[in-house]
Write a protein that binds this ligand. Sequence first.
Ligand code: C2E
Ligand code: CA
Ligand code: CA
Length: 281
Amino acid sequence: FTSAMNDRVQQDMLMQNKLKVAVGRNEFENYYQPIIDVNTKQTAGFEMLMRWNTNNQFISPSVFIPIAEQIGLIVEMTMQAIERGLKDVASWYAEGFDGYMAINLSAKHFSSRPDFEKILNLLAEHKLPPSCLRFEITEGLLVDDNNNTLDYMYEMRELGFKISLDDFGTGYSSLRYLKDFPIDVLKIDKSFVDDIDVDSGTESIIESTLIMTKMLKMDTVAEGIETPNQVAYFSKTHCRYLQGYYFSRPVSNQNCYELLQKDWNLQFSDAKSIQDEASSN
Ligand code: C2E
Ligand code: CA
Ligand code: CA
């Protein structure tokens, strides 16, 4: 047991305590990143991504989420985020938007039955349909299936919530999950998107995945779209939904309103003309 290890343990404990205090103070904020429908060139929905600013310091979710998961605090944090989020969604619906907010769930959310009643009450309070909420899960959650996970997922579908499989391609990517679990949407991980134009093997995998999801009647979202080439590629291969910095970074609720009815045609025609130019050279 070295002093470096001791430091590490102390740091983790410090962070755990800071997180607990932050939950009490409701210090977390919801940011939203639009998901674009290639067919309509409109915003189909937003993924909610949590942000934490404490003492003027920004702490990345990839740092605080794993710790919140470890100590089980994530369940309460997510419920707080859904409460904040549904208030925002209600204000979007008042502007005529009829898309969804996607919430990331961790394995911890399935270790006992999620509080669906609370979510349904919140929806009723804001006069919102269950279709305005969907949930993103990762394969890890399906791997350590405690048997109840499948039941909870079916219950979610029964209640009208869609389920997306996040980061597809990074884990086991067992095709069995697609067959056995009620998954409506598959999100192709950024690491695949990054390899377009670099590696033709990746493109074959993406295209096979798109054929498979089409046959399974699932929707697909390509994540981490940053370049016009990637937009052109996924338009051509009929991946219906796109998400990434090319369209918009995650933004605060205040900055969502201009994205609600935004016509993304310009971003698509820019992508097409850049590609046409490249192929004529
Ligand atoms: P994720 O669910 O895979 O979310 C996508 C991440 O990719 C987000 O990072 C997003 O800002 C980033 N991203 C989106 N488009 C692009 C792009 O074009 N380029 C690049 N380089 N990055 C892009 P973020 O917000 O830092 O979140 C990181 C991870 O933290 C998320 O990955 C998710 O696993 C977790 N997370 C964030 N918020 C929550 C939450 O409320 N609950 C749970 N359980 N996890 C969360
Ligand atoms: Ca996600
Ligand atoms: Ca993801």
